[in-house]
Design a protein around this ligand. Structure first.
Ligand code: NAP
Length: 286
């Protein structure tokens, strides 16, 4: 029930109508019995500063940032956590002592289903398909896990080189190499952890895969294949992976866990109802 003391959370984006965060967070807040509401805020890029000032004026406690604000918001915030600096993007903002603090929970979200496996990552070669925004969180995540190296594969040489250069001053010590897609036949046999960060195979183009079945046959034994996409589940990419006996992980858990990490900070709780968040998303999506 919204009352005179209800506190405000939300997500800014443009567009933001598609966001699943309101339904996920409001379900969790309801379960916790906390008097908060999480709303979608469609903010056009030129109105970002005005929106921040307005949020401060009306006492917004925190919010998520999605496309196109994840990078643009950085210079407008009072402090940026090291992990968000490393990734070069903020997805979560917290109001603290009249300041806006920016952080990035995508890295924690990405790592969560891997860390729960309790593996020794020091011998693991991670191969990342795509070099966009999500790939940055994945590279940071693989580095935090302690992977031996991270190989990023893309289709545009200039973007790949810019991607590699962008990690040079990072607070994270990243062991990163970049490759064009025609190198995949040489790289796939080394990929103990293979991650798709491209939108290839996402609904409605569900027949597409960023990797063909022939290449899957060359994955090392015991490989883990992770697709950041969560609709459909499984994607064609994960179906091919499962057919070769690899462990398949879809993007739903990353979505849940990045949200849980943000919610813990906003409501200052050690735990939040992750099961409720996951179930709510599953009901919405599938
Ligand atoms: P992005 O910044 O646009 O990056 C997309 C990357 O994919 C770029 O490197 C792009 O290559 C490449 N790409 C796109 N279409 C391609 C094609 N047809 N062939 C080859 N490469 C292609 O997008 P993003 O924000 O990183 O998101 C990527 C995916 O991750 C989306 O499906 C998104 O839903 C998913 N995601 C999931 C979560 C989660 O919580 N599970 C979180 C974030 C993102 P160029 O650079 O050459 O254009």
């Amino acid at each position: 029930m919204i009352t005179g003391t209800t506190k405000l959370l939300g997500v800014i984006g443009h567009p933001v109508e598609h966001s699943l965060s309101p339904v996920m967070h409001n379900a969790a807040l309801g379960k916790l019995g906390l008097n908060y509401v999480y709303l979608p805020f469609p903010i056009e890029p030129q109105n970002l500063q005005q929106a921040l000032d307005g949020f401060a004026a009306i006492g917004v406690v925190g919010f998520n940032a999605t496309i196109p604000h994840k990078q643009a918001i950085i210079p407008l915030l009072s402090e940026i956590e090291p992990i968000a600096q490393a990734v070069g993007a903020v997805n979560t903002v917290i109001r603290q002592d009249d300041k806006w603090i920016g952080t990035n929970t995508d890295v924690e979200g990405f790592i969560a289903p891997l860390r729960s496996r309790g593996e020794d990552w020091s011998q693991i070669v991670a191969v990342v398909l795509g070099n966009g925004g999500a790939a940055r969180a994945v590279v940071a995540g693989c580095t935090q896990l302690g992977c031996a190296s991270v190989k990023v594969v893309g289709r545009n040489l200039q973007k790949l080189q810019e991607f590699r250069e962008s990690w040079k001053d990072s607070p994270l010590e990243v062991n990163l190499q970049v490759y064009q897609v025609d190198s995949l036949p040489q790289i796939i046999p080394k990929a103990n952890l293979l991650i798709n960060t491209t939108p290839i195979g996402m609904y409605p183009k569900i027949e597409n895969s960023p990797l063909n079945p022939e290449l899957f046959a060359h994955l090392p034994k015991g490989a883990i294949v992770y697709d950041l996409i969560y609709t459909p589940s499984p994607t064609k990419f994960l179906q091919y992976a499962a057919n070769t006996g690899a462990t398949a992980i879809d993007g739903l858990e990353m979505l849940v866990q990045q949200g849980a990490a943000a919610l813990k900070m906003w409501v200052r709780r050690e735990t939040v109802p992750v099961d409720v968040m996951r179930q709510t998303l599953q009901q919405q999506l599938y």
